[in-house]
Design a protein around this ligand. Structure first.
Ligand code: DP6
Length: 325
């Protein structure tokens, strides 16, 4: 049987950085994100008794051996839960550069999980789907529910799952992804998180998370954009401070990243309400309200070194679609 799923990438406002359990991918902290309308993965999974081995193809690119092994691990988890031994053919396509800190693994494992179970004819609850996606890549659990999504860290595989806080229609905000370098990042998130405990800043950040989670949910509920932006920037900088003080230190920004961070502060001073957040890469996500989209795009045009911009609205989560790859 064959099924295809479309999964959005997501951008976290309170970020996931560090694991309590490496194998199960249990995070050290709760996180919160929004699905991105302009950056997604489409994946077709087909299971058959005829297939002698698993095959994994990335349209318009190539998976490394390591990446292929990780997809096969994901298939093994799906097969185990579904009670199947059939091998699979996986074909997948991204609408954005892989490894550019724009969460290709999140949308990738969300799509693989939803398409994989559907292809085996197994219906799981949304909660259980988020648990399986999480074991592929932590942030993938947040790409399954709709709109604005909370991932509760939990303390076991069953209690670490994601759920929708609000549908995408709740708040008309934008995440303008500014791509300043679309090459593969040097240190993967999985690898980077392995040494998180070497940072003296980790405890400081983890202590601040419960307050940030509470305040950002209040800001989203009341659509208080400046408070929402302030907390998002605070947590982004807090996470990068942890990264930069790990041994070995992880420094993901380039000079254009830093130029944009400074420009954002300047634009705000001049009356444009825009905030930034940055994942494990040099690209910058600019957050603004829908009415300010054009002004932010015009401001970005004044910056040198920008390869592309992707405008994202809040989006629905992962869905089965009828067209196959
Ligand atoms: C910086 O989910 O890619 O984007 O679980 O090891 O696959 P693994 O990590 P991943 O980490 C995402 C880290 C982040 C922050 C975030 O999206 O919350």
């Amino acid at each position: 049987m064959k099924a295809t799923a479309k999964a959005p990438a997501n951008i976290a406002f309170i970020k996931y950085w560090g694991k309590a359990d490496d194998t199960l991918r249990l995070p050290l902290n709760d996180s919160i994100s929004m699905n991105m309308s302009g950056a997604y993965t489409i994946t077709t999974v087909e299971f058959s008794k005829q297939f002698k081995k698993d095959s994994v193809t990335l349209v318009g690119g190539e998976f490394s051996e390591e990446e292929t092994a990780r997809v096969i691990k994901g298939l093994d988890l799906i097969r185990k839960r579904a009670g199947s031994t059939q091998k699979a053919t996986v074909v997948t396509k991204n609408t954005f550069p892989k490894g550019a800190g724009s969460a290709a693994s999140a949308s990738g494992f969300a799509a693989l999980t939803v398409a994989g179970f559907a292809a085996l004819g197994v219906t799981l609850s949304e909660k259980e789907l988020t648990i399986f996606a999480r074991m592929g890549s932590g942030s993938a659990c947040r790409s399954i529910p709709d709109g604005f999504v909370v991932w509760e860290k939990g303390d076991s595989s069953k209690t670490s799952f994601a759920w929708s806080l609000y549908p995408p229609t709740h708040w008309d905000i934008r995440d303008i992804l500014v791509i300043v370098d679309s090459r593969m990042k040097k240190v993967s998130t999985t690898e980077g998180m392995e040494t998180v405990a070497t940072s003296p800043r980790l405890a400081v950040r983890l202590r601040a998370i419960p307050r940030r989670m509470k305040e950002i949910q209040q800001a989203i509920a009341t659509k208080n954009f400046s408070r929402f932006g302030e907390i998002t920037e605070e947590d982004c900088l807090g996470m990068h401070m942890v990264m930069q003080t790990q041994t070995p230190p992880l420094f993901y920004w380039n000079s254009t990243t830093q130029t944009i961070m400074e420009a954002v502060r300047d634009w705000r001073k001049h009356g444009l309400p825009v905030y930034f957040t940055i994942d494990a890469g040099p690209n910058v996500h600019l957050l603004c309200e829908g009415i300010d989209e054009e002004r932010v795009l015009a401001a970005v045009k004044t910056i040198g070194g920008v390869e592309a911009t992707i405008v994202n609205k809040p989006a629905i989560g992962t869905r089965i679609i009828s067209e196959h790859l």
